[in-house]
Design a protein around this ligand. Structure first.
Ligand code: ADP
Ligand code: MG
Ligand code: MG
Length: 211
């Protein structure tokens, strides 16, 4: 059970690494318009570091909890930047929901995602409308919690990811007030928040992967 859960978590981090590598240029392009242009690189480095740490933890016999905590630490260290600290904290919080001995029931997966989003909101202090990844993560979470009925984690994640993508795209209409983009707030109008876009892409891929 616990080995299977750890292997599943490591596979998700591998997936995140390849998706972030695929999206690196586009995320960098979006961040360059009103931010500092490093979001693609931050996500690529962070997910790569996390996937490597997860692989090492899995080979060392770690359970899902330990694996996710190590992956989160590695994400923050490898990425640097605001989003790296937030994704790292999210993985560490998600790991806290797992038990090193237990498996990955659908309910545990959903609780882990919820805990990760809570950590992002707690640590970053952003609320909806600040033009950050929270603009995608908060409606994602609401939809996930409503759509999940006990055993349909993948379908609920996919449905929530669709809502998150629409919310991420809609951030193009707002002026950024938090993070580096605030400096160039007005410039960000017409361009979506890069962290909201990357969040929605990763959740869609996660939903597809679990289906
Ligand atoms: P940096 O801003 O340090 O260059 P990145 O470019 O990797 O880091 O990430 C930028 C993204 O981080 C933003 O698009 C936004 O989604 C997210 N972000 C910034 N500040 C916050 C915050 N306080 N809470 C949540 N997300 C935030
Ligand atoms: Mg940046
Ligand atoms: Mg930066």
């Amino acid at each position: 059970e616990s080995r299977a859960a750890a292997a599943k978590a490591a596979a998700v981090l591998d997936l995140f690494e390849s998706v972030c590598a695929r999206e690196e240029a586009e995320l960098g392009r979006i961040d360059a318009i009103a931010g500092d242009g490093d979001h693609g690189q931050g996500m690529a480095y962070g997910s790569k570091g996390a996937a490597a740490a997860a692989k090492e933890a899995l080979e060392g016999g770690a359970g899902a909890r330990t694996l996710l905590v190590r992956a989160g630490e590695a994400w923050s260290e490898s990425a640097g930047g605001t989003s790296g600290a937030l994704w790292g904290a999210a993985l560490i919080a998600a790991g806290g929901v797992f038990d090193d001995q237990a498996g990955s029931e659908p309910r545990t997966v959903v609780d882990a995602i919820d805990a990760g989003i809570d950590a992002v909101q707690r640590l970053g202090g952003a609320t909806v409308g600040d033009k950050t990844m929270v603009d995608a993560a908060a409606p994602f979470r609401e939809t996930l919690d409503t759509a999940f009925t006990g055993d349909n984690a993948a379908a609920a994640i996919l449905e929530a990811a669709g809502v998150a993508r629409e919310a991420a795209d809609a951030t193009a209409d707002i002026t950024a007030t938090l993070g580096r983009a605030r400096v160039l707030g007005e410039k960000s109008v017409g361009t979506p928040d890069p962290g909201a876009i990357s969040f929605s892409i990763l959740m869609k891929e996660l939903g597809q992967h679990l289906s």
